[in-house]
Design a protein around this ligand. Structure first.
Ligand code: GDR
Length: 323
């Protein structure tokens, strides 16, 4: 019998890679998708899996549709990846972000509790919960201090996951993932904004790249590696919380230098600092300690930042040259 998985946010970067991983393992994959006027399934098409997923129309903010999706998919595993995931937008839409990234996690947990209590649950938590860091290397016991409406909302999602595990004995795990990027990253995130611009500048279609705080430091990994950690969490006998990170940190400036160097250019000739891209409150540095994931899941990041940047620049060169 094939296992069933339900993924919210299946059309996002992580949803696409996770769906591919699960399909390759023989799962039947259901995806909760909100109706949008724009086409959001380009990532699934790029991975060649768009027709292998069973889509269920619904919205995380609508508890009825979440219940219907859980009942219909009869999931062994539920991965809650759906979110308003752009930190910058969370200051413009603080309440929507709070509902979708925070409260709506309870919709999923309640649907599982009432209709499918044997389902295993994964919550997409985030290093943004550490925000103003309280320890040099952040692990599962580091106190949280979110710095954006996004981080605040995600903190609710994290704690309600822990609470439902402790209150109702659900197999509910929270993956505290540090930044993870790929050629399928949305263009609004800094790594993809940079690699897309590098391709355009190299091919003579753009001259400059406007960025905000390039001294911010992040622990950057490859999304393709990180979805394996999600799956591994749900294969454990006990549900738990895990930091998923590379254990290395680099600045946006370092990342830019790598991307421009990959095509033989110098970032200093093209990057312009634009105050529009600064945030009302910034997370200056993140550095994860993935020791627990290594020890208990046997997981570690395989892709270096240089390899990741090269992969992204190459993909954008191919895309831009086809336009
Ligand atoms: P982040 O990712 O906020 O860490 O959250 P993002 O790529 O947006 O920003 C990273 C850092 O780069 C700085 N920065 C810029 N960022 C953007 N987007 N655009 C710019 O022009 C720019 N210039 C500088 C930012 O200020 C920031 O410090 C990501 C998201 O995927 C979250 O959903 C996820 O939870 C976390 O990673 C882990």
């Amino acid at each position: 019998m094939n296992k069933h998985a339900l993924i919210t946010g299946v059309t996002g970067q992580d949803g696409a890679y996770l769906a591919k991983l699960l399909l390759d393992k023989g799962y039947r994959v259901y995806g909760l998708v909100a109706r949008r006027s724009t086409d959001t399934s380009w990532r699934l098409r790029e991975l060649g899996i768009a027709s292998d997923i069973e889509f269920i129309e619904g919205d995380l903010a609508d508890a009825c549709s979440v219940q219907r999706a859980v009942i219909k998919s009869r999931p062994d595993e539920v991965y809650n990846l759906g979110a308003q995931s752009f930190v910058g937008s969370s200051w413009d839409q603080p309440v929507t972000t709070g509902i979708v990234d925070g409260l709506a996690v309870t919709h999923v947990l309640e649907a599982i509790r009432q209709f499918s209590p044997e389902s295993r649950f994964y919550q997409a938590s985030t290093s943004e919960m550490f925000g103003l860091i309280q320890a040099e290397r952040q692990d599962e016991s580091t106190p949280f201090y979110p710095r954006s409406p996004y981080g605040v909302a995600k903190l609710y999602g994290h704690w309600i996951t822990v609470n439902y595990r402790e209150s109702f004995n659900l197999h509910a795990s929270s993956g505290i993932l540090f930044n993870h990027e790929s050629p399928l990253r949305g263009i609004e995130f800094v790594t993809r904004k940079v690699t897309d611009a590098v391709a355009r500048i190299k091919l003579g279609k753009q001259k400059e790249l406007r960025l905000g705080n390039i001294d911010a430091k992040r622990d950057w990994g490859y999304a393709g590696d990180y979805v394996e950690a999600m799956w591994l969490m749900l294969q454990q006998d006990q549900a738990d919380d895990y930091v998923v990170a590379t254990g290395r940190t680099a600045s946006v400036r370092d990342m830019c230098a790598l991307a421009f160097e990959h095509v033989g250019l110098n970032y200093q000739d093209h990057v312009v600092i634009d105050p529009r891209f600064f945030r009302p409150a910034e997370v200056d540095v993140l550095l994860g300690n993935p020791a627990k994931a290594q020890r208990k899941l046997g997981w570690s990041a395989r892709t270096t930042l240089a390899e990741l940047v090269a992969m992204m620049v190459e993909a954008d060169l191919r895309r831009v040259s086809k336009e």
